[in-house]
Design a protein around this ligand. Sequence first.
Ligand code: 8YV
Length: 314
Amino acid sequence: TKPDILQVGYYPEWDQVPLDAAFTMHKYFEAEDKAAFLEKVGPSIKGIATRGELGADQAMLDACPNLEVVSVYGVGYDSVDVATCTARGIHVTNTPDVLTNDVADLGVAMMLAQSRGMIGASQWVRDGSWNSKGLYPLQSRVWGKKVGVLGLGRIGFEVAKRLAGFDLEIAYSDVSAKDYAPDWTFIQDPIALAEHADFLFVTLAASAETRHIVNADVLNALGPNGMVINISRAANIDEEALLTALENKTLGAAALDVFEGEPALNPRFLALDNVMVQPHHASGTYETRKAMGKLVHDNLVAHFANQPLLTKVN
Ligand code: 8YV
């Protein structure tokens, strides 16, 4: 008998096939009546396999009294109530490290593309404007400017490392100065960091403490020539304040991979030309997603074989 697993979201075939071979997968995301589905399969469920942005909500945890393990396909586990899991003796695992470089790559690419107006420039060529209207409007330079990295964890570190290679001056904020940060400037206060920086990268793990850490004051400090880049979680930014700042041009620009209520983002974003929007795909390469899927699978297998978990959270 294979352990019963609640599968919260979609996985590509190369992940689904090995999961189906090792476990009885119950596809929550395909159920029309989610509550009825949970009521029916809940008592048999020993594990949950979920995605970073979907997590496991209270209704799921409540519906699964025999739950032993939650395996998250993502480094962020803010959408899983880890405190409840820990109290109930439920293990939680995630997929750190394997996605770090891809997330950093996309963040830097977003910053460069938005700074140099590359999406608009591509459109300029495609729609014939180059030929009919002439030269594309000039943009501000990137190299030599100052970047502030809010959260110098694994992803923040890789962003900073890449941008140092572009001759940007690096400053960062975290709960404490990091001994692995070369000669980068530590500016703990997010407002002071934003005041100092031209580009503010948000690379924090989301938690109750970091909710809306990028607020109206931080955005104001970043200013009309500043850009905020978010490759973490939407909740780290006060989205209402961000939209207002972008609309009023008190903030120069934003490059965002994450949104409140995604994938249904606030339509106000789409009316703005000073924002780059991306569909939460910073970890979305074949190589990384395969490594993430393997970790989701291998953690579940390890758990049910009474082996040590590979990447445990609690
Ligand atoms: C998502 C992420 O998990 O790692 C994270 O925390 O947000 C992403 O990698 C990804 O979209 C897969 O669900």
